[in-house]
Design a protein around this ligand. Sequence first.
Ligand code: CDP
Ligand code: MG
Length: 754
Amino acid sequence: PEGSLGRVAMMGSKLVQDMREEKLKEKKAHEKLKKRATETDDPLSANFNSDEHTLVEEDTQKTISEWKKSQKDKNVSYGKRTNLSIQEQRESLPVFDMKNDIVNAVNENQFVVIVGETGSGKTTQIVQYLSESGYNEIKNEHKIIGCTQPRRVAAISVASRVSEEVGSRVGDRVGYTVRFDDKTSPNTDIKYMTDGILEKEALYDAIMSRYSVIMLDEAHERTIATDVLFALLKKAAKSNPDLKVIVTSATLDAEKFSNFFNNCPILKVPGRTYPVEILYSKKPELDYLAAALDTVIQIHVSEPRGDILVFLTGQEEIDNSCEILAERVKHLGDTIDELIILPVYSSLPSEIQSRIFEPTPPNSRKVIFATNIAETSITIDGIYYVVDPGFVKINAYDSKLGMDTLIVSPISQSQANQRSGRAGRTGPGKCYRLYTESAFNNEMLPNTVPEIQRQNLSHTILMLKAMGINDLMGFDFMDPPSTDTMVKALQDLYTLSALDDEGYLTDLGKKMADFPMEPALAKTLIMSSEFGCSDEILTIVAMLSVQTVFYRPREKQKEADQKRSLFLHSQGDHLTLLNVYKSWALNGYSSKWCKENYIHDRSLKRALEVRKQLVTIMSKYRHPIVSCGVSLDKVRRALCAGFFKHSSKRDPQEGYKTLAEQTTVYMHPSSSLYGKSIEFVIYHTLLLTTKEYMHCVTTIDSKWLLELAPTFFRKTDPSKSSEKRKNQKIVPLFDKFAKDKDSWRLSSQPSLKR
Ligand code: CDP
Ligand code: MG
């Protein structure tokens, strides 16, 4: 990416390092901050809008407490809402005044679009209004009111909030279903779920017969699953006249939704927000993390009460920032109010997550470091300050690499405005944009690109094929993905042997569609049963689904690395993960053991949960679970059967070259294979930081590629290789290994008949 935002993204990996050095300057910096705080109510204006000012030497401690006293009176409205009873809170939400309008609109129309600011009560209230109006019983049959969320955390946290509101336990009257976790029962009237779950349900129940109402929430996020559901539910509603579909959105693109759903009515929930002052950085910030932490501290020591919300891009960044900030705050002294530091991201356990909704105690301030999840999916009351570095981590399909990668990318203008809006819910707020006004105007796109237009569609297309939808070009997408992306996905599925030459689903493809995961993983699981190593592969797949396994505290890096080295497997990282899990199991799944070995306890617990769920799926579809004992070659072969496309060969010049695209990639330093000369490897993902790194890498035997992926790699007779092909650099891949001097090339494209 060009421009200053792009440059900052490139610097991502260096940031943490820089932040450590930053810590050394700590004491000095905080002295300076204290001094600043004595001078003005808004010391940040120095950084953002006005000119640098001179510092005045003074008895800072005393002045700060005086200043704090003077701030108390300014906060009359703070925390008011949290003193209300649940019923009063419900009635105070903007959507409450629309209750009758909403119920009437749903009674009279099959499709309704509802627009309202984040926090107006759409997600928590509308389903309750419909439940109270009798939508759980249609023609003497119990029906569920369903509500989809793009994110699992949102589904879980909202279900627990609404359970509390209706006075029942989660999983009873109000429940949720997310991948690998189902908390519903036959009593469940209101069910929150991820859009992916409902998409999956459509496989078996295309007309959604269990539901009376389905609310597609957060439609503005335009996830692939929601986009697919638009089309599926439009179709379902035709054959199921009792089904009601509600589409809700936090932004004003409602016309488009309404047009798609046969020009259905649009209801607007009036917003109730306060003005938010926007402050831009004067110069591009080279280090957005350090800038964000500085900003938080400055707000804390100098601004009136009110919680702070900081948008970061991912778990690691958030965990690091929480840690560093906690360290820095220690140096601020006792005269400063307590700062409660809380992380929020999807993989966080719900107990910790629920803490963000607890009211802030007196004489303290909360600062919440959140991923994009806090942009619209969850609402935290009491936020007066938003710190927005302007980035988000998105899953994007890189057509050059031919695969999905997680990239940190600048947000769109509409996202920036959503973020700043978070500061104006309880009172007038401030948003600190850590980018320049010109970056906002010239470098950010006005709107976010729908996921379906930027991501790999293999999994989606596999599901659509399994639903019997073969005419993909004619599928009723609101914004159709490009033909290129579709063809690419079809090709992927073909090379995985999920589709046949004609483009129809194979038996293997049908089996793969049963698994709620990317096709390569699904295939690995299925093949592992055949190879006799499903017990091991189940563990590895479960471990791959959790984020960080190894824990490396800054003050104990050596010890942590030493412990980690005991688990490293000489054949690669997948087997290292297997080692960790097995040792943990041998030690009675103990938390103490995790602590001693510098391993994230909660990651392993989650892997255990995921594994259980996977076992259920495997058993349900009768894939035997067998262990290969010590013959771990089988495990590597099974991985190769799914991930052959992620294969690369060592390059004599530098790093590795992917076999499929001939892209230069590097071994990640965290890999057990780092620094070793291994010829052929497969990797789980590519990570783009300063370089393109292969993450989670395992050695393979090159012969397996031909054997396990005959539709992808094929031997060719070099004498028949045309001049043109040579020029296109489709060079023989495995000359060296092929006994009969044949070479391999990418096989021909599948025919893409519908
Ligand atoms: O969906 P929308 O953004 O319109 O609002 P909502 O999620 O229904 O949230 C309405 C209110 O419920 C919020 O302002 C919070 O006060 C409260 N809420 C909560 O306390 N805990 C949650 N997990 C979700 C919402
Ligand atoms: Mg909502």
